[in-house]
Design a protein around this ligand. Structure first.
Ligand code: C5P
Length: 201
């Protein structure tokens, strides 16, 4: 049996944490699809053409820590606007979603494009200032030297690029349940997400 949970939302909305904790709760596998675009973006910064990087991507060996910073994030959202790059990453995401035992995928287009048939869909949002502060704390805690204003600028620039691109723009699927985490502690947001998935199943 396969059961797919699709989680989309803007940068640093809390979707990654919710996805990880949902996966742990239900015993499902988790794929952070942002890491795929970040890995391609990082390769582009190193001079590799984005399509070549996407086609040659080893999705099992992605180093999340090395891919976290704002420079890579910006490059990720630029390569993510290229239809040929998105097309090259579709199959690996769908194969992951169909694995037996259940899967949680988080990204921007999971409920709309990658897994329109997902059994449960969440769209996780939070105010831009809240998101920037959360991401800034995470980055500083993991040793990145960055200001809160720089993180806010990164988040706003990526939101604009991700929502306005022609191919697979960031938007909620019609049947997604929106979860606003602006004023929620993470434990409460996760509990609410679990309840939404249980209602969907
Ligand atoms: O989720 P994360 O912030 O790591 O994603 C980095 C960038 O990758 C996003 O700003 C977006 O441009 C792109 N992305 C995407 N589709 C996905 C996941 C991420 O376009 N499913």
């Amino acid at each position: 049996m396969s059961f797919t949970i699709a989680i989309d939302g803007p940068a640093a909305s809390g979707k990654g944490t919710i996805a990880r904790q949902l996966a742990a709760h239900f015993g499902f596998a988790h794929l952070d699809t942002g890491l795929l675009y970040r890995a391609v973006g990082r390769q582009m910064l190193l001079g590799v053409p984005p399509l070549e990087a996407a086609q040659g991507l080893d999705v099992t060996g992605l180093d999340a820590q090395a891919l976290r910073g704002p420079e890579v994030a910006q490059a990720a959202s630029k390569v993510a606007a290229l239809p040929e790059v998105r097309a090259a990453l579709v199959d690996v995401q769908r194969a992951f979603a169909r694995r037996s035992g259940g899967a949680v995928l988080d990204g921007r287009d999971i409920g709309t494009v990658i897994c329109p048939e997902a059994e449960a869909k969440l769209f996780v949002i939070a105010g831009a200032e809240v998101r920037a502060e959360r991401r800034w704390r995470e980055l500083v805690a993991s040793g990145h030297e960055v200001t809160q204003d720089e993180v806010l600028a990164d988040v706003l620039a990526r939101d604009a690029r991700d929502m306005n691109r022609a191919d697979a723009p960031l938007k909620p699927a019609e049947d997604a349940v929106t979860l606003d985490t602006s004023k929620m502690a993470i434990a409460d947001a996760v509990a609410e997400a679990i309840a939404i998935v249980e209602r969907a199943g």
